[in-house]
Design a binder for this molecule. Structure first.
Ligand code: PBG
Length: 332
């Protein structure tokens, strides 16, 4: 309960909204480019900027163009870039060994960014789906997505990313036990300062559709991800997952998707007080950017309002495809 306040007219709450100056003084939430992690899609080739039709304004970039993006991020004050590879379908197999190839697309992009713009924190994705012939985040045996064998592969994948220079490793696979296994392996390999940002509360969501187009996993995916990603109706389960991942050695946790799950963000931050991030996912981006493009909403305003909402809910930061556009506006 709020403490009691004087009745009207002694209290007129509109006084606090009377001018931009007063509103600025009493504003409770602050959004800056330092709150953003910018997810980018990486493809083969050179000089390639390939539009993604279901994500207007977002492109697949060849490694040289990803380096340009890293320079841009740095100039705008965005601290981190997160890499998602579009893997050549010919490299997708059942054993997913491209995932831990030291020279795969993600690792080449990481090395290139760390060489050119060392101040940018590079985040990488740990999950088998970009490399898996059936589009799942884990190995599939007789139609079942198996856990423990997948975790062994995720460890190899994460070590190859840390060797390439990744600062933040983001396991997005939702297998059980992977945070502990990854933390142990990183410690043993001497990667003691590599951070784990766990996709701890990741829901089985229809909002990932455009992403699956972007990384070329839509066609490949057989079935759904409901045996490893969460039921959208569950909230206590999310708290158990976050608690478990923090106990296993996650440095930071994520809730995903973002805007439909702000209650989960708020509850997680209040309950654990750990660095908490939301992923404003591809489908959220597509809705806002698509409606903005058509003039159905004011695209810039809904972008900033949606991002502010994450901060208000208690998030420390947001993974968002809007990172550069929002930063340009925030920087004036
Ligand atoms: C898969 C992965 C997904 C996203 C990030 N990593 C999709 C999925 O789980 O199918 C979604 C991101 C987005 O929609 O923007 N490991």
């Amino acid at each position: 309960m709020l403490p009691s306040q004087a009745p009207f007219p002694a209290t007129r709450l509109r006084r606090l909204r009377k001018s931009p100056a007063i509103r600025a003084l009493v504003s409770e939430t602050n959004l800056t480019p330092a709150d953003f992690i910018w997810p980018v899609f990486v493809r083969d080739g050179e000089g390639q900027v390939e539009p993604i039709s279901s994500m207007p304004g977002v492109n697949r970039l060849s490694v040289d163009k990803v380096v340009d993006a890293a320079h841009e991020a740095h100039a705008l004050g965005i601290p981190s870039i997160c890499l998602f590879p579009y893997t050549d379908p010919a490299l997708k197999t059942e054993c997913c060994s491209e995932a831990w190839n030291p020279d795969n697309l993600s690792n080449r992009a990481t090395r290139a960014i760390k060489e050119a713009v060392p101040d940018i924190a590079v985040m990488t994705d740990v999950a088998l789906d970009p490399y898996n012939i059936n589009g799942h985040d884990g190995f599939v045996e007789d139609g079942v997505i198996v856990n423990d064998r997948t975790v062994e592969a995720l460890v190899k994948q994460a070590l190859s990313q840390a060797d390439a220079g990744a600062d933040i490793i983001g396991p997005s696979d939702m297998m059980d036990g992977r945070i502990g296994a990854l933390r142990g392996a990183l410690e043993s390999a001497g990667h003691t300062n590599v951070l784990l940002l766990s996709y701890a509360a990741k829901y089985a969501s229809a909002f990932y559709g455009p992403f699956r187009d972007a990384v070329g996993a839509s066609g490949a995916l057989k079935g759904d991800k409901k045996t490893y990603q969460q039921d959208p109706g569950n909230s206590d389960e999310a708290m158990r997952l976050i608690q478990r991942d923090l106990a296993e050695g996650a440095d930071m946790v994520m809730v995903k998707p973002g805007m439909p799950y702000l209650d989960i963000c708020q509850r997680a931050k209040q309950m654990f007080g750990a660095p908490t991030f939301a992923y404003q996912v591809s489908g959220e981006y597509a809705m806002l950017a698509g409606a903005g493009e058509r003039g159905w909403v004011d695209g810039e305003k809904v972008m900033l309002e949606s991002l502010m909402a994450f901060k208000r809910a208690g998030c420390d930061g947001v993974l968002t495809y809007f990172a550069p556009a929002a930063s340009r506006i925030l920087n004036g």
